[in-house]
Design a protein around this ligand. Structure first.
Ligand code: FMN
Length: 175
């Protein structure tokens, strides 16, 4: 029987945590047992029948905490249905080009955990107040407009994504 789902996330400034929490709420509202945890607080995957894993994209790849988690739990992640999601500025707009760029950033994860049920690609958030001073200064200096403040997380598409893939995550794990 399908059991508890783990939503596990890495984050630098909290926006991926909020996406993970939102996903957790959608699952909970369907009376499905779920835990939402930061990568550093997960010690054991064995009690979960499915896993949803999220990371921000930074410099074109998942953040290092995310990759450490994937490397450490590669075997466990390959043993149950998993879904990935990423949060980043490439997905400010949802087009075939931005999707291609965003999916490429997830390659390091896909090399280790090869058959996810789905990969959700979501827009991220820039809030200068959450950044260390040096980073804020670098972002403010950028004149391209690419690094301006904003929140591009589309809660509707995040909710539809999780609702769409839940049946697949809940399917029985085959030996
Ligand atoms: C230094 C830095 C580099 C970033 N590089 C990328 C990138 O290469 N591609 C991308 O799509 N987003 C990039 N972003 C945007 C973040 O992924 C986005 O702000 C995300 O919402 C941050 O997640 P967090 O709040 O969970 O840390 C970058 C952000 C920062 C601060």
């Amino acid at each position: 029987m399908a059991g508890k789902i783990l939503v596990v996330y890495a984050t630098k400034f909290g926006s991926t945590k909020e996406v993970a929490e939102n996903i957790g709420e959608v699952i909970k509202a369907k009376n499905i047992p779920v835990d939402v945890r930061k990568v550093s607080s997960v010690k054991d995957l064995s009690k979960y029948s499915a896993i949803i894993f999220g990371t921000p994209i930074r410099m074109g790849k998942p953040i290092s905490e995310a990759m450490s988690f994937i490397k450490k739990y590669e075997t466990g992640l390959n043993a149950v249905p998993v879904a990935f999601f990423s949060v980043g500025l490439y997905m400010k707009e949802d087009t075939p080009d931005t999707r291609e760029k965003a999916i490429q950033c997830m390659e390091p994860v896909l090399e280790l955990v090869t058959k996810p049920v789905s990969i959700g690609l979501f827009g991220g958030k820039i809030d200068y107040n959450t950044m260390p001073v040096i980073l804020r200064w670098m972002f403010l200096k950028d004149k391209s407009g690419q690094l301006s403040e904003g929140d591009w997380r589309n809660w509707e598409s995040i909710t539809s994504w999780i609702e769409e893939i839940l049946p697949e995550l809940r399917r029985e794990v085959r030996g």
